[in-house]
Design a protein around this ligand. Structure first.
Ligand code: SDX
Length: 427
C-alpha cells in the first residue's frame, strides 16, 4: 500500500495518495481534491506541479543531471549521434545498427516538402523572422499531409512523426535562404541529417558544397543537447494542444510559437546579442550590476533555469564544443572570451550563488552557431529543429497515456462578483 498525504481543509480531512516514480520527486495525487473539498490547488507557473507521468527524460536540477531514457546527456553528446538519439527518444532504447540504418532510411525519405509549400515563403517579407516563418509553414503542413493527421491511427502517428523530424531542417534552411534572397536547395539524401541541413543552408546551385566534418559533428552534438527536456514550456504547449486531439503539425506549430519567447528558446538569440553589447570584459561588472538591480528588467540571458539549480550539463558540453569549433575555424572570438569571463565573475558573485543561477543551454550555443555562419535570427529556429523530436516523442507518449484527458486548468477568480447591466444613458 503506498503512502498518503493528509490534508485538512475546513471540516474536510482527506488522505491524498502519494505516488513514487523510478527516481526523483514523488507526487501527491490531488485529482480528488476539488470533488471532495470544492477547492483547487494554486500553482502559477507550475513550480510544484507534475502535469503528467513520463518515461522519456529525467532532470535532477540540484545535481545538474539530464537523462534521456536513462542515458546521461554527456555520454550521448560524446558517443552518440542525433539520429540515434531521435530513435532513442521515440522508441525507448538505443537502436541496433540495423534498426538505426532503417530509421535513417525512413527519415531521409521524408526530407522533401510538397512543391506547393515553397510558394508559402513568397508570402512573407524577406525580413520576416525565421521563427514567424516556421510557425506558419509547420502549421500549414496540416494542409498538405492529410494522410498523417488522424491521431487515432498509430501508423499515421508514426508517419507524421517521421515527416516532422525529416522536414524541419528543410523548412528551416528554406527560411534562411528566403531571408538572404538565395534559391532553395533540394535535400541531398546521400548526406547525413546534419550534412544535408548544412548544404541546404550554406550551399548554392552554382557550385558543389563540401561538408566540414568538424562542423557537422559539432552541429550534430548541438542538436543532441537540444533534443528534449522534460515538461518545459514548449513541450507542455505541445501536450496541451495535443490533448484536444489537434493534429500533430498544429501541435508542433504551437510548440514553435512558445519556444520563440526570450525566456525560453529565444534566449540563445538574446544571449549573443547581450554578449555583443557587453563587447569587452571590462564592461562585465556594469551588466552584472544591472542583472542584480531589482528596478532594472535586464537579466543575464543564457543564465538561470527553473529546474537546474546547478550547472546545466548541456552548457558544459556546449562550452567545450565552442572551443573546438573556434579552434577548427581558426577564429579568434573575443565574444567567447567575454562569455567565459562573464561566467567566471557571475559564478563567484553572491547574488548568483544565492539564487543558484548558472549558465544554461542557451549561453554558449549562439557563439558556436554564429561561428558556423548562422545569423542570430536563425538560432531559435535551430533550437526548434532539434527540439521537434522531443516534442514528437512527448506528443506520442501523451496520446498513448491511458490517464490522459483534455488539459483544462481552473483558476483563482479575483474579478467582480455578479452585478446588473447599466444602460448607457445611466453610466
Ligand atoms: C530554456 O524549462 C526548460 O527546460 C527550458 C529549456 C529547455 O531545454 O527546454 O532548458 C530551455 O528555456 C533555458 C532558459 C533560457 N532563458 C534564459 O536564459 C532567460 C534568462 N533566464 C531567466 O529569465 C530565468 O532564469 C528563467 C526564465 C530561465 C527561469 O525563471 P524562473 O524559474 O521563473 O525563476 P525566476 O524568474 O522566478 O527567478 C528567480 C530569481 C528572481 O529573483 P527574485 O525575484 O527571487 O529576487 O532569480 C532571478 C530573478 O530575478 N533571476 C535572474 C535571472 N534568472 C532568474 N536574475 C538575473 N539574470 C537572470 N538570468
Amino acid at each position: 500500500m503506498g503512502t498518503s498525504a493528509t490534508l485538512t481543509l475546513g471540516n474536510h480531512t482527506l488522505e491524498l495518495p502519494v505516488i513514487e516514480g523510478t527516481v526523483g520527486p514523488k507526487v501527491v495525487d490531488v485529482r480528488s481534491l476539488y470533488a471532495t473539498t470544492g477547492a483547487f490547488t494554486y500553482d502559477p507557473g507550475f513550480t510544484s506541479t507534475a502535469s503528467t507521468a513520463s518515461q522519456i527524460t529525467y532532470i535532477d536540477g540540484d545535481a545538474g543531471v539530464l537523462l534521456h531514457r536513462g542515458y546521461p546527456i554527456d555520454q550521448l553528446a560524446e558517443q552518440s549521434t542525433f539520429m540515434e538519439v531521435c530513435y532513442l527518444l521515440l522508441n525507448g532504447d538505443l537502436p541496433t545498427a540495423d534498426e538505426l540504418a532503417k530509421f535513417n532510411y525512413l527519415i531521409t525519405r521524408h526530407t522533401m516538402v510538397h512543391e506547393q509549400l515553397m510558394s508559402f515563403y513568397s508570402g512573407f517579407r524577406r525580413d520576416a523572422h525565421p521563427m514567424a516563418i516556421m510557425c506558419g509553414v509547420v502549421g500549414a503542413l496540416s494542409a498538405f499531409y492529410h494522410d498523417s493527421t488522424d491521431i487515432a491511427d498509430p501508423h499515421q502517428r508514426v508517419v507524421a512523426s517521421h515527416r516532422l523530424i525529416a522536414k524541419m531542417p528543410t523548412i528551416a534552411a528554406m527560411a534562411y535562404k528566403y531571408a538572404i534572397g538565395q534559391p532553395f536547395l533540394y535535400p541531398d539524401n546521400s548526406l547525413s541529417y546534419v550534412g544535408n541541413f548544412l548544404r541546404m543552408t550554406f550551399g548554392v546551385p552554382a557550385e558543389p558544397y563540401e561538408v566540414n566534418p568538424v562542423i557537422e559533428r559539432a552541429l550534430d552534438r548541438i542538436f543532441i543537447l537540444h533534443a528534449d527536456h522534460e515538461q518545459n514550456a514548449s513541450t507542455s504547449t505541445v501536450r496541451l494542444a495535443g490533448s484536444s486531439g489537434a493534429n500533430p503539425f498544429a501541435c508542433i506549430a504551437a510548440g514553435i510559437a512558445c519556444l520563440w519567447g526570450p525566456a525560453h528558446g529565444g534566449a540563445n538569440e538574446e544571449a549573443l546579442k547581450m554578449l555583443r553589447e557587453i563587447g569587452r570584459p571590462e564592461r562585465i561588472p556594469e551588466y552584472i550590476a544591472r542583472a542584480k538591480n531589482k528596478n532594472d528588467p535586464f537579466r543575464l540571458m543564457g543564465f538561470g533555469h527553473r529546474v537546474y539549480k546547478n550547472y546545466d550539463p548541456r552548457a558544459k558540453v556546449m562550452q567545450q564544443t565552442a572551443a573546438e569549433v573556434l579552434d577548427e575555424l581558426k577564429l579568434d572570438n573575443p565574444i567567447f572570451d567575454v562569455a567565459r569571463e562573464l561566467e567566471r565573475i557571475a559564478l563567484s558573485d553572491e547574488y548568483f550563488i544565492e539564487k543558484k543561477l548558472y549558465p544554461n543551454v542557451d549561453f554558449y550555443s549562439g557563439i558556436i552557431l554564429s561561428a558556423i555562419g548562422f545569423p542570430t535570427t536563425m538560432f531559435t529556429a535551430l533550437f526548434a529543429l532539434a527540439r521537434t523530436v522531443g516534442w514528437v516523442a512527448q506528443w506520442n507518449e501523451m496520446i498513448a497515456d491511458p490517464e490522459q484527458k483534455i488539459g483544462r486548468p481552473r483558476q483563482l477568480y479575483t474579478g467582480p462578483t455578479q452585478r446588473d447591466y447599466v444602460p448607457l444613458d445611466q453610466r
